[in-house]
Design a protein around this ligand. Structure first.
Ligand SMILES: [Zn+2]
Length: 171
């Protein structure tokens, strides 16, 4: 038995025999893959980053309406379905929240949604410039919301990418 290899318990750091399914010191189940608190913390941070991005995307869409105080006639409505943002923003936020609660990564989906948001924002930008007669650039009112959405989509993209990296870190 002198040849028995020992390893450190990943939970209590006491020496245990390799291949043990339960730690004799702290009683931890060693059959489950170890999720270090560091990994969990990092994925939480990534989730919150994605959540902030998703929230900014939604706020950016609503901001022109809120500051204008009118819901009926806005440049967004002239262009049409800016509601896609709202759906994408809500989807990103929900995935981030569910990801944090369930300790699961929806990073790839969030990345895809963020890229869709950015692509649609780019399309919308040119639609606004062409159709609403904003040749000199977006008006401050529309612009503030527009750029906030763009920043939000970018932050969500970063958060999603961070979340997507998580499985590699967990051994
Ligand atoms: Zn232990």
């Amino acid at each position: 038995m002198e040849d028995t290899k020992t390893i450190q318990c990943p939970y209590c750091k006491e020496l245990i025999i390799e291949g043990a399914i339960k730690c004799k010191h702290c009683g931890s189940d060693l059959t489950k893959p170890v999720q270090s608190s560091e990994v969990i913390q990092k994925s939480n941070v990534a989730g919150f980053v994605a959540l902030i991005g998703g929230a900014l995307l939604i706020i950016g869409l609503l901001l022109p309406w809120m500051t204008a105080g009118v819901f009926s006639v806005t440049a967004f409505q002239k262009v049409g379905d800016a509601y896609i943002f709202l759906i994408l923003g809500i989807a990103i936020s929900l995935l981030a929240i569910v990801g944090i609660i369930q300790k699961k990564s929806y990073g790839i989906v969030i990345v895809i949604f963020s890229l869709l948001s950015l692509a649609y924002l780019t399309y919308l930008y040119f639609q606004l410039i062409e159709n609403v007669g904003m040749q000199g650039g977006l008006s401050p009112q529309i612009g503030s919301g527009f750029y906030m959405s763009a920043i939000g989509a970018f932050i969500a993209l970063v958060g999603g990418a961070m979340m997507a990296q998580k499985p590699k870190k967990a051994k």
